[in-house]
Design a protein around this ligand. Sequence first.
Ligand code: FAD
Length: 521
Amino acid sequence: MQDRDVVIVGSGFGGSLLAMVLHRLGLRVTLIERGKHPRFAIGESTTPLMNLLIEQLAKKYDLPRLLPLTTYGAWQEVYPDVVCGKKRGFTYYHHKQDEPFVRDAERQNELLVAASPHDFVADTHWLRASVDHFLVQEAVFIGVDYQEETSLMEADRTSDGVVLRGERHGNPYTVRARFLVDATGPRGFLSRLWSLPEQGFANYPNTQALFSHFTGVALCEELPGFSPTEKPPYPVDAAALHHVFEGGWMWVLRFDNGVTSAGFSVTDALANELGVSEGEPAWGRFLARFPSIAAHFVNAKPIERFFTIPTVAYRVGVMAGENWCLLPSAAAFVDPLFSSGMPLTLLGIERLGRIFAEHWNLPTFGEELERYAEASLAEADATAHLVSAAYAAFANFPLFANLSMFYFASASYGEMARRVEKPHLITRFLGVDRADYAPALERACTRLQQGEVTDVSAFAAEVAHAISPLNIAGLACSSKRNWYGVELEDTIRAAGKLEVTPDAMRTLMATAEWAQFPKEG
Ligand SMILES: Cc1cc2nc3c(=O)[nH]c(=O)nc-3n(C[C@H](O)[C@H](O)[C@H](O)COP(=O)(O)OP(=O)(O)OC[C@H]3O[C@@H](n4cnc5c(N)ncnc54)[C@H](O)[C@@H]3O)c2cc1C
């Protein structure tokens, strides 16, 4: 029997990254995977906050080989064989059933939010088969004990830890750990084995998802109806591209190898009309409803099977106990909208890293773990509230575009607070810890959910006011007509919200790589 400090079950990006962090803290870590890399996984679109979190973890825990993964340009230079795609921003188009998409002169049926000023520092879409394989190899490279193709059947709690039993390559496999982390995703290892009660999210609509990977997906910018008359803030397809419609939304994420990830997430009512549970036939029925999305996929060929998820959202009641915890991604998942899954997982890894560094072997460890669980679940709950309000608003795109400003304001503020070394200003996703922000977000979401918001202009004014404490990116600005490029002057003007002077912000931006615009020509 192996004797370890920590066993992590599940070697997705979360498990591998946490294994590296804990190994660097000097703990004896084993990472266990039931399958074998490379393998298909979903969860592909990264964000500025997510990439900054990886950068900070890489620097704090001496993992320099992960740094190139945090910008598109460095990634291409250092790891051209690890597959990703370029993400310059968040693109949204609104569709009505049986009607082709035609751009509105006032841009009332589209929203573009840039995430980076140019390609080199852009975010990425991860082809998870490739990236997760790379990460697990990195974990092994630095010395993590990795056991793949291992089926675990038992996890028994003992007075001083957990004993895991199963089999590996036909032989019995047993490992004893003082601490167990479940990194197997929603409805995963411990949820099933220990029948952890599922609590769900309050007032959240049941949603279902259907997705695959394709080749031959056309560029939106080349399709009739989409092509803009003015130059957009970034190439609209080099983005997390969303098609939004009453009852749900679709993602389209391009990778550099010609493969595109696409899928949709819809409420039960629409899922049942489409017959999502049947898989591929529902894809055809979906395209038949939306002519411009059909044009987008007219030459597309699936290269993976179609995956269905009958209930996308998931939340446990309890995510940690003595000697064990779930990663945020195993404890809760809401929806791919706003690409929140991986950032929430990374915030959890950051918290766990700190707890193991400062409290391992101390009596305070347990209470810190409780705080970790409380913070992670509070963030998931707030995300679920926002996303359920988004579903309520999808039919009325201007309402959705305004609502989304809550996400963009808190995400960009969270990123900048870290960049100016003031992380205490916002410690939780969506500003859940900000008394001057979170209640207004809750109010707006509840009113949308309850169908109380009908006046778009009044809602726009309410959002602009509510996000103001965190709005450092010139968001919710009607004169921008739903196109938000990276405008550093907005952040310089709002520097006081980050407790720095405009001059200090200007100086920072004059030198920081992420703030540089490419030279003309
Ligand atoms: C449709 C969809 C789209 C999404 N899109 C995004 C997005 O664009 N951006 C974003 O940030 N997030 C997204 N997410 C969320 C994202 O997928 C997760 O946050 C992320 O994958 C979590 O990573 P992980 O490593 O914790 O778990 P996973 O990636 O789920 O990896 C879990 C690993 O555990 C292994 N495993 C499972 N059971 C066992 C077992 N019993 N024993 C051993 N090993 C086991 C699996 O084989 C796998 O390797 C999306 C989720 C869904 C469902």
